[in-house]
Design a protein around this ligand. Structure first.
Ligand code: HAM
Length: 430
């Protein structure tokens, strides 16, 4: 029978790598909660129409990359390729405008699905953590979103960040720019790659995003969208930059930064890392002032970002090497039938008082049992034997020094906890 394996572009997250994921999730919860974002968990699948209307039919995501199927009841269903559309759908569906104080600030962590060609940093099931601020046009909200992204990355140990920034203006600005851009692209059509030529009429902004070298060269003289901003959009963009300057967030204007989703307006941004190779963006986001109304809600502006967790994992691995598993504080070994009946009770009591402990299920003598404790990386082995139990004591062996002591069962928890602090603080365990 053929071996069953995970599908291409998907993977299992197991130890030790999973420790990084837990760290990313815990850090995200801490950093986002400190900035008063509340968590939202939307369904992993939604009506296909949500993404067609939200992300845009001309985008690669909607036209080529969605996992779409018909459910048994005949609904067209799609595994979410991103979370912003779902968050906005929930905001509209629950009538949060007026019910919750504005702006509404959400964060999320979870899997997303895109049928892309898998490569380093590009999965078919991947994970994002992100935030959205709905119902604020204040430039401080753009800056807050970017600041929170940087603070999260800083908390994960990434300093020296530079945020790539651009403004796509408002729809009228984009229409004027589009006209000039299409005219320019037609004039250099012969130098563009075939994909970009195809996009001239369908989605000319995306041509600016092309990774093909000859196309990039041909784009040198292309009209920049920042030169087409209305006074209002330009003032907004300046204010965002001033806010970020004040927070000492380093930014760089990248006039070709257009993003792969149709809902953006005004501020767009990305954070890149050289450690990622071709898929260099670890974070992307921006303002999407038209999306809430597009999805049937009130005309309220919004801004947010999402961070690719697989990509962040690659960066963390390059910076720190593989994650280290911290073994249990104690490994409990029962010797004899009576002790065997009591060992889970002792484990339960120790765990209740904050000791991380594992119990031996193996049969065999001391040598075998201590070996099992060692393989698990335990700090101490605790032996529960009949004669000691009768006295209310157990013996504790420090597996790093080999020292052995006998102590009252009631004193075990404090001793084992103290030993853990001594042994693992240096490894940075909290
Ligand atoms: P996005 O740029 O499509 O934006 O994705 C955000 C991040 O998710 C990317 O920068 C990348 O790190 C990660 N990512 C995307 N596709 C993959 C993949 N196939 N494998 C691994 N990582 C991937 C959005 O999704 C928007 N919803 C962001 C946003 C939120 N804009 C406003 N609010």
């Amino acid at each position: 029978m053929a071996k069953l394996t995970a599908l291409r572009g998907t993977r299992d997250l197991i130890s030790p790598g999973i420790l990084r994921w837990q760290e990313m999730e815990e850090t995200a919860r801490r950093v986002f909660s400190a900035a008063c974002f509340s968590e939202i968990r939307t369904p992993v699948f939604e009506r296909t129409e949500l993404f067609e209307r939200g992300v845009g039919e001309a985008t690669d995501i909607v036209s080529k990359e969605m996992y779409t199927f018909e459910s048994k009841s005949g609904d067209r269903v799609t595994l979410r390729p991103e979370n912003t559309a779902g968050v906005v759908r929930a905001y509209v569906e629950h009538g949060l405008r007026g019910q919750w104080p504005a702006p509404v600030k959400f964060f999320y962590i979870g899997p997303q699905f895109r049928y892309e060609r898998p490569q380093k940093g590009r999965q078919r099931q991947f994970h994002q953590l992100g935030v959205e601020i709905i119902d604020s046009l204040d430039p401080k909200s753009d800056a807050e979103v970017i600041l929170v992204a940087c603070e999260f990355l800083r908390s994960m140990g990434l300093d020296d960040l530079v945020v790539d920034l651009n403004s796509l203006g408002d729809p009228e600005d984009r229409a004027r720019h589009r006209e000039a851009l299409v005219e320019y692209l037609r004039s250099v059509e012969g130098q563009l790659d075939p994909d970009s030529v195809q996009r001239i009429d369908r989605n000319p902004l995306r041509v600016l995003d092309s990774k093909v070298k000859s196309t990039q060269e041909a784009l040198q003289g292309a009209p920049r969208i920042v030169d087409f901003l209305s006074d209002e959009a330009a003032a907004h963009f300046e204010a965002v930059q001033a806010q970020l300057d004040a927070c000492e967030v380093k930014t760089r204007l990248v006039p070709t930064l257009v993003r792969g989703l149709d809902y953006y307006s005004r501020t767009t941004f990305e954070i890149q890392s050289e450690m990622l190779g071709a898929q260099s963006a670890v974070c992307g986001g921006g303002r999407y002032d038209g999306l809430v109304a597009e999805l049937g809600g009130p005309a309220v502006p919004a801004v947010g970002f999402a961070m690719g967790m697989e990509r962040l994992e690659i960066i963390l691995e390059a910076m720190r090497g593989e994650a280290t598993v911290v073994g249990p504080d104690a490994f409990l070994i029962a010797m004899g039938e009576e002790a065997g009946k009591k060992v889970l009770v002792l484990a339960r009591d120790l765990r209740r008082s904050g000791v991380r402990c594992d119990v031996s299920f193996a049969k065999g003598g001391f040598g075998k049992q201590f070996k099992a404790a060692d393989r698990r990386g335990a700090r101490f082995a605790v032996v529960l034997a009949e004669d000691e139990m009768a006295k209310g004591t157990a013996s504790v062996k420090d597996l790093s020094t080999g020292d052995q002591t006998e102590m009252a069962i009631g004193d075990l928890a404090a001793y084992l906890r103290a030993g853990r602090q001594g042994s693992t603080e240096a490894k940075g365990e909290s």
